[in-house]
Design a protein around this ligand. Structure first.
Ligand code: GDP
Length: 334
């Protein structure tokens, strides 16, 4: 086993951080090393409880994670926090990038906080996060929290990565209930209305009741334990209701383990990520200089009306195939 793999398995935080940097890199040699490292680690380590947490900016995600994570560490659990931030490419910022956030949690020996890298393109986000989760599991964390801003596509990525998906919402008037996209509601195992304190408390209770009603209208999924998906309130700021959220998360995951849904979901996720890898690898073949040149030639012919699109696509793929074959033969005879 390589030294870095060995160190990750022994929960060495610096080795873990280095390995995450490696999987984030877009350099071809780094990618090869990352693939080799993940292959080495496959089957080692153990399963963490992966909790996906999504919510719009300002809803209280970092406050929640700080205090929720601190509570878990207080119970002797180890907690890794990762972020999926598709908006960072646009804003140049990053949701966990601000070092002043989660200061308290970051100081705990049981916690590991990984800011999202800025300048990630959305296509790379899913793979980076999935591989970072795998590395955290190899390092033996009990809980991996995956945070994402609620801006659309990233929730789907997080829902497909997590064992339990929690949607954090703010107290709001009835009209705003419509603002949550149906797909995100459908992916949620729990809706937690934060800021149930002070003047906002009664609004939070009403909002929670509204969402509970909306959740009841959704079609029940096989992986829904009795009473799930459910809505509840908390106040991250006043540390109210966090233990109850944790109790529900563990109750749900215990039920899923017992019923076989846990393993089934993980297996489905693995299949999904595998096919994604194949898809991405195939798409990458179109990005070589040879492929680009072929693409341009065929596209021009189609544009001039000399070839039909279908026939041109077939010819292009045949050209790529034979170019690939001759490369393979070259490699074999070398
Ligand atoms: P994020 O953008 O989702 O990570 O939200 P933050 O955790 O940064 O919180 C945004 C604002 O909401 C901050 O001013 C927090 O102090 C405040 N906030 C977070 N949780 C609560 C809460 O439970 N109650 C109240 N009243 N304010 C909160």
């Amino acid at each position: 086993m390589s030294e870095i793999a060995d160190r990750i398995l022994r929960a060495d935080r610096r080795a873990l951080a280095r390995a995450i940097t490696l999987v984030e890199s877009t350099r071809a040699d780094h990618r090869e090393q990352a693939v080799a490292l993940l292959e080495e680690l496959a089957g080692h380590g153990r399963q963490a409880l992966r909790i996906g947490l999504s919510g719009t900016p300002g809803v209280g995600k970092s406050t929640f994670i700080e205090l929720f994570g601190t509570m878990l560490c207080g119970q002797g659990l180890t907690v890794a926090v990762l972020a999926v931030d598709p908006s960072s490419a646009r804003t140049g910022g990053s949701i966990l990038g601000d070092k002043t956030r989660m200061e308290r949690l970051a100081r705990l020996p049981g916690a590991f906080i990984r800011p999202s890298p800025s300048q990630t393109h959305l296509g790379g986000v899913a793979r980076r996060t999935r591989e970072a989760v795998a590395l955290c599991e190899a390092a033996g964390f009990d809980v991996v929290l995956i945070e994402t801003v609620g801006v659309g596509q990233s929730e789907t990525v997080v829902a497909e990565l997590s064992d339990v998906f929690v949607l954090l919402l703010a107290p709001a008037g009835g009209d705003e209930l419509q603002g949550v996209k149906r797909g995100i509601m459908e992916a949620a195992d729990m809706i937690v209305v934060n800021k149930a304190d002070g003047d906002l408390k009664s609004t939070a209770m009403r909002t929670c009741a509204d969402y509970a009603g909306a959740l009841r209208l959704l079609r029940k999924r096989p992986q829904d334990a009795p009473g799930f998906p459910k809505a509840m309130t908390c106040s991250a700021l006043e540390e109210q209701g966090l233990a109850a959220v944790w109790a529900e998360i563990t109750a749900l995951s215990t039920w899923r383990r017992a019923q076989g849904h846990w393993d089934l979901r993980r297996a489905q996720q693995a299949r999904h990520w595998f096919s994604e890898e194949v898809r991405q690898a195939l798409l990458a073949r179109l990005e070589t200089p040879f492929a680009r040149a072929q693409m341009a030639i065929h596209a021009d012919a189609v544009a001039r009306g000399e070839t039909a699109a279908g026939a041109a696509a077939k010819a292009l793929l045949a050209a790529l195939q034979s170019a690939g074959d001759s490369l393979d033969e070259g490699a074999n005879s070398a």
